[in-house]
Write a protein that binds this ligand. Structure first.
Ligand SMILES: [Zn+2]
Length: 367
């Protein structure tokens, strides 16, 4: 079980964009690969090129009609009104773009492969995965396929039954929760911003016993996240004694992210990664949301450092800074990024008071 951690990546993400005005116009996985290589953290024997999942494998969760529509959309670069209405393709959130089938199928292929590589134990990181909103018959919230569901099902197909799924993305994991509603052999734990799309994942919602949901108020700080980790996430996972843990490590709860009002530093995410590692013999870490190109690239590179045991330098070497300085972002024209986003990997900590509602909700979610 002690094989060295593996990084699953792909060149499909390089140059791929959802379109100029979409939050996913930005590069993310290529930044992580380039930064990790610039730091000497991604030797060839730790890198696995992600396979593209075949429609038959994707059919473990998605309907054949939807998979056909998604492939047709890529081939013709258009959708009919009927397909748009039925499968939510070609919308503002889920546009048709050049790799609209191949890219999510590659992310899904990586997550399925990860589960297979973890059969006998270990640690695998697939930052291109984490598309937790995908639904069986339609695209949802920038997610065309649901690779976390496919990975969890791939564990099950190997006889690995007891699974924990932890999701620290700023948005609730509605697609994953729906897929395993009522399943007694899974524990899904989500921390997400309250009153934010998709508006599911209320504190009282337990998905037939399979889920624990922790909505959090705007302004969530590092001290509060640490309290949630120690008071809710870790005991809930440990008590369940899972054979595998899957962590969706979306980076949109970070302070610089334009799509949430949570204000974590990346260190808070890295502590989640480090603390979950010993709780099961198999650990799969996925990406997810993250819409500021600097903060997501830095956070996810630090996730890999945490998994692979690399020390994060106080100041990045020039070659790594060059990766960050080469990034462009339309939103940065009016609001230039802070120099620390180019020169460091670790954010300054963002501690703060632990609000009473955080303590009450930790008690409620663990009750
Ligand atoms: Zn998100």
């Amino acid at each position: 079980m002690t094989a060295a951690p593996l990084f699953i990546g792909s060149e499909i993400y390089r140059g791929s964009s959802y379109g100029t005005w979409h939050p996913l116009a930005i590069p993310r996985v290529p930044t992580v690969m380039d930064l990790a290589r610039a730091l000497g953290w991604l030797p060839r024997d730790r890198y696995v090129a992600s396979p593209r999942a075949k429609p038959a494998a994707l059919a473990a969760f998605h309907t054949p009609g939807y998979l056909a529509a998604l492939q047709d959309a890529e081939r013709t670069q258009s959708v009919s009104d009927q397909v748009r209405a039925r499968h939510h393709l070609g919308t503002h959130s889920n546009p048709v773009y050049p790799e609209v089938f191949r890219r999510p199928a590659t992310a899904a292929g990586g997550s399925i492969l990860a589960a297979e590589l973890l059969r006998d134990g270990g640690v695998v990181y697939n930052p291109g995965g984490g598309t937790h909103h995908g639904l069986p018959d339609r695209a949802n919230g920038f997610c065309y396929l649901n690779d976390p569901v496919l990975a969890l099902k791939a564990f099950r197909a190997q006889g690995i039954r007891r699974l924990a799924y932890v999701d620290v993305d700023a948005h609730h994991c509605d697609g994953v929760e729906m897929a395993f509603d009522g399943d007694p052999e899974i524990r899904m734990i989500s921390v997400h911003e309250e009153r934010r799309w998709p508006f599911t994942g209320a504190l009282q919602d337990r998905a037939g016993g399979a889920a624990r949901n922790m909505p959090v108020p705007a302004g969530l700080n590092d001290s509060e996240m640490d309290a949630i980790l120690d008071g809710a996430i870790l005991p809930l996972v440990a008590d369940f004694r899972p054979e595998a843990v899957v962590l969706q490590c979306g980076a949109d709860a970070l302070a610089e992210d334009p799509l949430s009002r949570l204000t974590l530093s990346n260190g808070a995410l890295w502590r989640v990664v480090a603390a979950l590692r010993p709780l099961a013999p198999r650990f799969l870490v996925l990406g997810g949301g993250g819409y500021n190109p600097w903060s997501v690239g830095r956070a996810w590179t630090g996730v890999w450092a945490t998994l692979a045991g690399h020390e994060i330098p106080d100041r990045l070497p020039g070659s790594a800074q060059a990766v960050l300085r080469a990034l462009n972002w339309s939103r940065a024209r009016s609001r230039p990024p802070a120099p620390s986003l180019m020169e460091t990997l670790a954010d300054a900590p963002r501690p703060g008071p632990i609000r009473p509602e955080i303590r009450t909700r930790i008690a409620a979610v663990t009750a």
